[in-house]
Each structure stands twice: as C-alpha cells, then as structure tokens.
Design a protein. Sequence first.
Lengths: 108, 120
Amino acid sequence: EIVLTQSPGTLSLSPGERATLSCRASQSVSSNYLAWYQQKPGQAPRLLIYGASSRATGIPDRFSGSGSGTDFTLTISGLEPEDFAVYYCQQYGSSRFTFGPGTKVDIK
Amino acid sequence: QVQLQESGPGLVKPSETLSLTCSVSGDSIGTYYWSWIRQPPGKGLEWIGHIYYSGSTNYNPSLKSRVTILVDTSKNQFSLKLNSVTAADTAVYFCARMVVVVSGPLFDYWGQGTLVTVSS
C-alpha cells in the first residue's frame, strides 16, 4: 500500500498570500495518478487537480499542481476567502486508492 | 447535472450490518464506476470500494472481508453493505462517481454524505 504524507498539517496564511502544500508518497505513484481535493466543513470533497497537474472543470487558475514520482505540490497563488479549507491528496495504484491525512489552510 | 444522494439508517448496533443506498440522477449508472468513501468524525478519507455497472467490484483490502457493493441499473442506484460493524466504523459515508481518464481515475461527483453511528 502506498502511504501519503502531507505537510504541513496546518498552514496559517492571510488572504492574498501564496499557499504551498506538499504531498509525499512512500513509493512512486503510478503514471502520476495523483489528485487533490478541497473539503470545507460539512461538505463533500471537491476535485481540484488530477493527473498531478490538470485542473478539474471549473477550478480557478490560481490552483496549480506539480510534481512526479513521490513528491507532489499543490499551489494556491493568491488565497481567496473561500480557499480556507482542508486539502487532501489521493493516489491510485495497485488497484486501490489511498488519501493523505490532509492539510488545513486557515486564516492567520 | 449529476447528483448523488445517500440514504439509510443513521444508527447501527455493534455486530450488525450497515446498509446504505446511493441514488444517482442526471446520469445513467450504466456508465463509469461508482464508489463508496468514508470519513470518521474529524479524520481523513478512506476509500471503501467501487463497482462498475456490469457488477465487477474492487474493494479496499482492509475492509474486503466485510464489504459488499451492489448495483441496481433499473433503479439507477448502487448500495453498500458492511457487516460486523464496530464503533470504528462510525463515519460519514460518501458515495461518488469515479471516472477513468488518461491522467488516471478520479472522483468527480460526490453525494453530500451521511453520518452513520455505530452504538448500542
């Protein structure tokens, strides 16, 4: 099983600042099958990024994904008030999905 | 617009079977894959398994011995059964549509989630 580790656990930033979230895998992620989701309290997760760097439909271009192999990054170029949430990375490999523990982005 | 809605009991006794149904609208269930994912209160996400409209399934190995996912194409629904539940199975249960694209499989539409508590 591929284990995903996310850092930091919590990121305290102000609106307008740049957020950089890390996701590290215990083994290389197959074909960069790495996705990112945003979750707000009481809501279902929302797909942001898939294939490590492709934005999902309707996702603003301030969200970008990068990385390959075992190291991946989600960058939010300028935080909007609605971006304060928890972010999860997810990988698919060996016919199973695993999620990271999440990074909470909160208001400083 | 694709919509998914979970339904089922919010309280299940220990050792009994948790049963949930996901109703799909705005899309035929005879396309894509359909998944269950859960989230214990205050914790992260755990993939339970998925099913294709043909009935083929894939389960999380950690839950495989207790999980059954079925599809009912006539009702455009799929279901989850988790037997021998314990307090550790208390979670919000989400159903989701899984799409396989060139860049990999992903969950693009989700239900709102339903809290299931295991308690006597």
